[in-house]
Design a protein around this ligand. Sequence first.
Ligand code: DX5
Ligand code: ZN
Length: 213
Amino acid sequence: MVKIAPSILAADFLNLQKAVDIVNNNADIFHIDVMDGSFVPNISFGFPVVEAIASVAKKPIDVHLMIVNPEKYALKFAAVPGVGMVSFHLEACSNPVQLLDAIRATGVMAGLTINPDVPVENLFPYLDHCDHIMIMSVYAGYGGQKFIEDSYGRIECLKAELQRRGLNIPIEIDGGVNKENARRIVEAGADILVAGSFVFRSEDPKAAIEAIR
Ligand code: DX5
Ligand code: ZN
């Protein structure tokens, strides 16, 4: 069954408890975007916010690192109790195998992700070391962008390769997900849908999550 991972980036930061309750009660995973102002132009938040959410989260936390030198911080995020998944960008890492294996060794799911301009095939050498793969369907850096239509084909291509190799690991899709495109995204092969604006900018976040589901 598809899993819904609301992105906290779109939440009301003056009322994070409300966003946490929405995810705890209606969704499956907390998606938390960590941006450093170098790998992406934007800066979001870091350890204090992840730890605060983790302290009250009843669902696993998925940390999406949009940072240069992810090897410097990935294991520190993996060590926060409540964090279940950590992903970093292939574009940002010089030795993905080493970092994926190190994250895995902590018992946290290790994920690799790519921006829309990186060929999906670039992920293939690393699939054996991944517990999940994330395809960006917008350019990393900001919430509220439009889903890039090429992403369906990219998911299909990755899914076909995973099946060919007998690898049963979830595909996560991140960016511009809404109730209009969710079905087609899942039909293409995605297992985890990240959704920020569509959930938290909606009048009724619970209904928005159910609409995607
Ligand atoms: C983009 C982030 C996404 C983003 C998704 O850099 O990685 O997780 O918050 O938000 P929406 O659903 O608004 O595109
Ligand atoms: Zn993200």
